[in-house]
Design a protein around this ligand. Structure first.
Ligand SMILES: Cc1ncc(COP(=O)(O)O)c(C=O)c1O
Length: 392
């Protein structure tokens, strides 16, 4: 199967306005996603938001079903949340309380928000957050992880595709180790959804989250949270609402599915838009998306590395559509602003997104150019030429 790039671009109004290399922050949505959202908002305005919420309950459930298909999960294992961090944070807060001497093992590329959450909880409890050493190529070392395990380890956390580094961590190898040790395993798949195939069964994770707005091309303010069915029983959320834990017969009755992590109040327009985005992705096929992104990112890396003033900062053997680099003599912000003036979108990302990995590599900020399956060779040419001109 191949991708009909021309059709997809004709369905993406933003393609005629910008050369977008910022899919890792937020991608450009297809028309169908925007239409789904605006049509629902119109219905709400005409007939009443509550009434229309009831009317589309099955369609919102279809979003969860599509998400389950995307992740090879069952629909009972899916929650729709407002952001990935919100879902991850709530799942973390629902773990049994940490005690003195407990250990959390993390990859060096952990998302900054998760890192802050774990550190604060560990500090309060007298527990530790320990970083698993990397292999020579900069990926988390499964062998090092295995050698660190003992009966005080309460959690293994991995950011699968880091925000500031094009490497892909060995999530399934780590999953095998976590499973055989019986340690909970959380994955931040913020950059992975719709970039690489995600199979939660093959990976063996207990919790996985990812954003709707990035490679999936869904709306901002949407995210997916997967919680393994058997693992759900071990979690106690710090709060309940009328959806997640309704009051019945004089006591709260928490849900026994992943919607335990949802609340009753939501933007149904956005959740429907997310469903459209997921189905759009599934219709193209994540395997072919992965192959095209890989080829485009490889091409971009190669062409950028031919510019003497450019340094590429991507580790790993297997790599994502994220290309991290710096340009000698220019700050990443200066590069971003100059390219934006030419209607080319890239991101300038500071160390706070992946503090440990950036510090380990002596980086304070990088330019991040990320490709999608509808990026073209012509756009890459334009970006490379613009950077070569800036560098000169
Ligand atoms: C790996 C990773 N995790 C988390 C985030 C933050 O987004 P969210 O809170 O929606 O997951 C990002 C955003 O760039 C990210 O790259």
């Amino acid at each position: 199967m191949t991708i009909d790039v021309a059709r997809i671009r004709s369905e993406t109004p933003g393609c005629s306005v910008v050369a977008h290399f910022n899919h890792s922050s937020c991608s450009l949505p297809p028309l169908q996603v925007t239409q789904t959202i605006t049509e629902h908002l119109q219905r709400e305005a005409l007939y009443g938001p509550s009434e229309m919420g009831v009317a589309v309950a099955d369609d919102v459930q279809a979003t969860r079903q599509a998400a389950a298909q995307l992740l090879n999960a069952s629909v009972e294992e899916i929650a729709l949340t407002g952001s990935g961090s919100q879902g991850w944070g709530l799942a973390f807060a629902s773990l049994p309380p940490l005690r003195e001497g407990d250990r959390i093992l993390i990859g060096r590329h952990e998302w900054g928000g998760n890192l802050s959450t774990m550190h604060r909880a560990a500090q309060k409890a007298g527990a530790t957050v320990e970083v698993v050493p990397c292999r020579d190529d900069g990926c988390v070392s499964p062998e090092a992880l295995a050698s660190m395990l003992d009966d005080r380890v309460r959690l293994i956390a991995l950011t699968w595709l880091p925000a500031t580094n094009g490497l892909i961590n060995p999530a399934a190898e780590i999953g095998r180790i976590a499973r055989s040790a019986g340690v909970p395993y959380f994955i931040d798949a913020g950059q992975a959804l719709a970039q690489v195939p995600v199979d939660v069964e093959a990976i063996g994770c207990d919790v996985l989250k990812g954003a709707g707005r990035k490679f999936l091309r869904g709306p901002r303010g949407t995210a997916l949270l997967y919680v393994r069915r058997a693992f759900l029983k071990k979690l106690e959320t710090p709060y309940l609402d009328v959806l997640s834990g309704p009051w019945k017969n004089g006591a709260p009755e928490p849900r026994d599915d992943a919607r335990l992590f949802e609340t009753g109040e939501n933007s149904f327009a956005l959740q429907l838009g997310l469903g459209t985005a997921i189905r759009y992705t599934l219709a193209i096929g994540v395997d072919v998306i992965r192959a095209r992104i890989n080829q485009l990112a490889r091409d971009l890396r190669q062409r950028l590395s031919d510019i003497p003033a450019v340094t590429i900062h991507d580790g790993g053997q297997e790599r994502s559509g994220i290309v991290a680099f710096t340009v000698r003599g220019l700050t990443p912000q200066e590069v971003r602003v100059s390219l934006a003036a030419e209607k080319i979108n890239v991101a300038a990302i500071a160390a706070a997104y992946t503090p440990l990995d950036m510090a380990a590599r002596g980086l304070t900020e990088i330019v991040r150019a990320s490709v999608s399956y509808f990026t073209t060779e012509e756009e890459i040419e334009r970006l490379v030429k613009a950077i070569a001109a800036l560098a000169a």
